[in-house]
Structures are given as C-alpha cells and as structure tokens.
Design a protein around this ligand. Sequence first.
Ligand code: PLP
Length: 363
Amino acid sequence: MIYLDANATEPVRPAALAAAAEAMGAVGNPASVHAAGRAARRRLEAAREAVAACFGATAAGVVFTSGGTEADAWAVAALGRGRRLIVGATEHDAVRAAAPEAAILPVDAQGVADLAALRGLLAAGPPALVCLMLANNETGTLQPVAEAARLCRAAGARLHVDAVQAAGRIRLDFAALGADSLALSSHKLGGPAGAGALLLGPDAAQIAPLIAGGGQERGRRGGTPPLPAIAGFAAAAQEAGMADAARLAPLRDAVEQAAVACGALVLGAGAPRLPNTTCLALPGVRAETQVIALDLLGVQVSAGAACSSGKVARSHVLAAMGAGDLAGEAIRVSLPWTATAADVDGFAEAYRQVAARLSRAAA
Ligand code: PLP
C-alpha cells in the first residue's frame, strides 16, 4: 500500500505516539487541585508552551480545541460577531459552512487571492472579519496572508487564518503574520486526531467562548482537555518541520513529472505551494474513477473534495480557479512525512497504467 493522502490525515509521528501514550497512562484532570491534577496541569501547560513556541504565539494566546473545524467555526462566530464576513473563494468547508452569507474574495487561475479585490471589499462597508487560509488543502497554493493582514489592519478589519495544512510543512510565525487568529489541527501534522488550537493575537485574546462549559482554558473553551491528544499534538508540532519540507519537495516534483508525461496537467503550479501537495488533472477522466483505479493498484490518493459521506463533489476550489471541466477531473496527491522515493516510483507506475487505460476509454 502506498499512502499519498497526507492532507486528509498524516501518519502519526513516533514522538506523538509516545507522548500520547504516556499522557493516557497518567491519571489526573488539570482542573483538580490535588497532586495528580497539578501534574496533569503541568503536562497541559508544557504542551501549550511547546505549541506557542513552534508557531510564534504566546502561551496565553493558545487555546486548545477539538481540531481545525472547531477553531475555524469559533473564530468566525466570535471574531465575526457584528462584522461583515469576507471569505476566500477556496477556503475549506470548515470556514465556508460557518460563514454562508459571506462576501467571496476571488482568486486567480493559480488559486491566489486577489488583493486588489480585497482592498475593494474592505473599502465597501463597515468593519469586517476576513478569512484567508495560509495553504489550500487541494492544491497546496499559499496565500499572501501577511499582505492581507496589513490591508485588514489599515481598514480596521480582523483577519482569521486557517493554517491547518500549512502548520508543520512551511515556516509559520503567527506574530509575524499579523493575523488576529489562526487555526491548527493536530492530525494534519502527525499528531492524534481530536486536538487542535486557535491561536489568538493580543487584540483577540478576550474572545467569547463557543463552548462555555466549566470555564476551562481561562474561560475561553469549556470541557476537560483531552490530554493524550494535546500532548501528542505538541510532540508532533515539535518534530514536524523544515527537514520534511526539503525532502518532500523533490519527491512531489517527481510525482508531477511522471503524471505530466502521461498527459496530466498540474493545477496551481504557477503559485508558491506547499512542498508535499500536487493537484493533477487528467482531461476527460472523472476524479473518482481515477481514485478508485489507483486504489485498486494499492495507491491511496483523494479527489479534490471528499465529503464525509464519501461522495466526491465537484471541487469548489478548482471551480473558483476557473478550471472548468477539470474541476471534476483532478486528484490530489499529498505526500506524508513518511513518503519515500519507492512510493513515488509505485505511484508513477500505477498512474501510467491508469492514465493509459482511462484516457483511451475517454477518447
Ligand atoms: N481547514 C483545512 C484547510 C483542512 O484541510 C481541514 C481538514 O481537512 C480542516 C480545516 C478541518 O480540520 P479538522 O479535521 O481538524 O477538523
């Protein structure tokens, strides 16, 4: 089996597994005052310090959540309250579903947000919350978030950044970006599912809770924190990084060369991208047909937008890029931190077979 679907979820990193297992073996609720509770509290705060240090936040500005979806939904609900919402056209459904009435910020053919359009939208009305993702989950395209943050500040708008796919794959410094909030997800960087974080800048630190509960996380997020998932998240964040990026970029390029030689087009290739992600369109061949055919050959990739029902919708990301019919004919190959040159060779061989058979059938 060749697993090339890291953007769906990364394989768990050994350090994350060890940290999660250790935390799971220890008793204690961080809210309890006795010794076991205090030990749990120390574990929680050490994880918070580690996540803050990895991503350029302050410890006080790290609030643990259940994952990226909660962090996005919370930021939109709390920081967008009473504000106009402006959302990038290629945002993840975690943001889009939380902001169904939002004005859409268009992207160019490479999937990069149009900053001139952002300027116009910001000037057009009262203070806004803008949601702009750092890296797209389908194409890997990186957005000019620091520039967007400057425009937002000048216009009195807030900026929320979904960095779920970027964290651990490119350098990420929340303070330097200048955004008000930023969403992270543990399982996208090699930690366990069930944890994530919302990073908050100084102006957003007093955010209203989405889940009030028992006042945990300084009253910002109720619920007993899942310490094993959080400890694993912190360990994964510390292990993920630039060494993976340097190793994965040439492997990703080799995947693209093999696919292009079979008639594929690389969508978003003209923009700065994540080192592990490529979006490959095979004209005339439906994305789900490609995914199934590759799976039968032992290669696991995904179609642009797989929803939880397992059905594949036409990608809103690729449609926003003006990809036309190709929006339903593109697969996403996303290399996990475990990927090897042998995986790339296996993909290339399977893709050659699939493209030869399905392209002929489509012709
Ligand atoms: N944002 C982006 C860009 C994603 O790719 C995902 C998951 O695919 C999410 C948010 C949601 O994250 P989680 O699975 O942790 O809820």
